[in-house]
Design a protein around this ligand. Structure first.
Ligand code: COA
Length: 258
């Protein structure tokens, strides 16, 4: 059966490509369900250490599927929002980092998908925006919450109230994107970063990912207490022994994620 999400694997890194280019990878229920299956599938692969999400064609994803949403009533809208939230939360719950390689339009749900990834690498052709209010709705897959946490409330307000599209350079300047690359270098750059992450201590990365996500919601003292416990737990792992021994022996560490 064909899927709207293509899954490939290169070594310890998997790449998920949204594959509905004729509709600019618009996120329909089917696309979101395929994305959920793909995330579940890569989450179950024990050897994986990082993933990349990108889009086929000229878009990363140009938003939730407007044609499908036109027909929705309030209850269906609630279900659709819940689906987007749960799929995007499953990206945050993966034990390994996910890089959004934003190759083109990342609008509405597409921008929200990129925000649910650990960080964003953008093509110089990327365009970001939350144009939902122009359709009489609000961002519904986390945009009102993740965007202000990423770029600050005032910038998020402006972007959401105006719906304006921003280019890669502005996305970089406001901290939405971490780096901008020539279009032909985007995927290779994301793969290089992911492959480097894959050489690091996998348990340590899983712990850091979880702590950053959880800690950001908490008062600093409470969050720092979480870090202290997690830091201590690192010393009970084989990865810690291997990482430090390898350093002292002047060799590359071979982590087992134990
Ligand atoms: N939902 C459903 N279909 C979408 C879509 C979306 N979010 N975004 C694009 N498409 C479809 C178009 O309807 C068109 O389909 P068609 O060929 O059957 O007519 C196809 O994708 C190509 O899009 P098109 O608008 O012709 O491309 P463009 O290059 O002229 O414009 C955009 C690109 C991104 C500016 C424009 O498609 C757009 O504004 N999309 C909607 C963005 C949006 O509001 N997203 C938030 C949704 S909550």
């Amino acid at each position: 059966m064909t899927s709207f999400v293509e899954i490939t694997q290169d070594g310890l890194v998997s790449t998920l490509t949204l594959n509905r280019p004729d509709k600019l990878n618009a996120l329909s229920t089917e696309v979101l369900n395929d994305l959920r299956s793909a995330i579940t599938m890569i989450g179950a692969k024990e050897e994986l250490r990082a993933a990349i999400i990108t889009g086929a064609g000229k878009a990363f994803a140009a938003g939730a599927d407007i044609a499908a949403m036109t027909e929705m009533n309030e209850w269906e809208g609630r279900d659709f929002g819940a689906l987007g939230h749960s799929v995007f939360a499953s990206i945050e719950k993966l034990r390994f980092p996910v890089i959004a390689a934003v190759n083109g339009f990342a609008l509405g749900g597409g921008c929200e998908l990129a925000l649910a990834c650990d960080f964003i690498y953008a093509s110089s052709k990327a365009k970001f925006g939350q144009p939902e209010v122009g359709l009489g709705i609000i961002p519904g897959f986390g945009g009102t919450q993740r965007l202000p946490r990423r770029v600050g409330p005032a910038m998020a307000r402006e972007l959401i109230y105006t719906g304006r599209m921003i280019g890669a350079d502005e996305a970089l300047r406001i901290g939405l994107a971490n780096a901008v690359f020539a279009p032909e270098e985007l995927l290779a750059s994301a793969q290089k970063a992911a492959a480097h992450i894959a050489t690091q201590g996998p348990l340590a990365i899983a712990t850091a990912k979880r702590l950053i996500a959880r800690g950001i919601e908490k008062p600093l003292l409470e969050a720092n207490a979480l870090e202290q416990d997690a830091f201590a737990a690192c010393f009970g792992t084989e990865d810690q022994a291997e990482g430090m021994t390898a350093f002292l022996e002047k060799r590359d560490a071979v982590f087992k994620g134990r």
